[in-house]
Design a protein around this ligand. Structure first.
Ligand SMILES: [Zn+2]
Length: 172
């Protein structure tokens, strides 16, 4: 049986990485470029987003005509247009594949320092392309970062993180 992100279809996988105006879309976005970056927005969040924007697109690119009323209807609506339970599960499983044996392999390959700032303290293994956006737990997508760089990088891809660092005056 397939585990992790491998059990998603290419369409589901591509949904995890929709970007509008430099922002990662987690659920819905508007024609004027606003992004609702929550995979499971509450009814209140959805309603306020719907009130603010004339045209709203769902993750799958369809135009959202009407926000649901709540409860089960809201759940099904998210499942249909946003990140489904299957997709969240796949992300969780993929993240959990980062076990001690893989971590050791990455340390053996890369040495014991942060790939960005060179620090040798509080090191952890980072997914170069984030799992939450469709990045796999495999050797060529893993690197060593210190805790500080890892927190700053959050769910950015490396190119985005390098840009972020330049914009924030980080040169170390
Ligand atoms: Zn670092």
């Amino acid at each position: 049986m397939k585990r992790g992100l491998k059990k998603l279809t290419p369409k589901e996988l591509s949904k995890l990485n929709i970007i509008v105006n430099g922002k990662v879309v987690r659920s819905f976005y508007s024609d004027d470029g606003d992004v609702m970056a929550s995979p499971s927005p509450t009814y209140k969040q959805m309603k306020s987003f719907a009130n603010k924007h004339k045209i709203i697109y769902a993750l799958d690119g369809t135009i959202v005509k009407r926000m649901p009323l709540g409860g089960r209807e809201l759940y099904l609506f998210r499942e249909h247009h946003g990140i489904s339970t299957k997709m969240s599960e796949a992300i969780r499983e993929e993240a959990m594949m980062l076990n001690d044996s893989i971590k050791k392999k990455v340390f053996d390959r890369d040495g014991k320092k942060c790939a960005v700032c060179g620090s040798t303290e509080k090191l952890c293994i980072d997914h170069i392309f984030p799992v939450s956006r469709g990045g796999f737990t495999q050797m060529d997508n893993l690197q060593i970062l210190c805790e500080k760089c890892n927190i700053q990088k959050s769910n950015m891809a490396m190119e985005e993180f390098h840009l972020w660092r330049i914009n924030h005056g980080k040169t170390d």
